[in-house]
Design a protein around this ligand. Sequence first.
Ligand SMILES: [Zn+2]
Length: 247
Amino acid sequence: MIKRKEIFYLSILFIAISLAFQSCKLDVKKVQDRLEKVNESASTQQTEDSIIPKGTNAFKKLLPYRKEGWTELTIKDGFAVDIRYATKNNFTNSQIYDCPRCLLRDDVAASLNLLNQHLIQKYNLRIKLFDCYRPKAYQQRLWDKVPDPSYVTPPAKGSMHTRGMAVDLTLVDSLGNELDMGTEYDFFGKEAHYDYTGHDAKIIERRQFLRKKMKEYGFEGIRTEWWHFSFGSGGYDLATFTWTCER
Ligand SMILES: [Zn+2]
């Protein structure tokens, strides 16, 4: 039988162990906070001068944007980047995004990176990115300009772009010239349909080549826009964050 005195000492011991464990947990939290601060300051020390294609807009410098689960693709990864909604050169004739960034879910970006390397090495071509993740706030701006569901997805519904799983793109040659795909990006009409048969054989061949390569790397196209591809059928939730624009 345990004596009262022993119960007393055991209780003291239990309290001491609990306190030690608690303070250990606090220390871990402190270390994590410190590490986050170090990472933040490291990322703001790096500069990236040339994500922005010529004549895009007034942003001279963008610092890399880091967010867990997301990857930013830039010209440093070998892509051509022209985020059209960060310019007035889009079907709304107005700037929708505050600055140009291509963010995608990690696995989506990793696959696109692999494909781009393959295209560079084997075909001397590279991917030009027109649009990637589209934050909900920007989808709302787009909707406010063009409140027509045939052209713009209603913000409440959200799209694969809002999930960070869709990308709008084309191919450029080694000099950065876009390959002729039959229509401009965001052209609304049957000529932009993937299965439109009125184009030259060369154009149809290029579209088929792009779609075949995208499919090899896990991306599916849609019928009405030759430039739009979604990664797998996977289920990421709609995202809401808006990236920052450091000047
Ligand atoms: Zn798209």
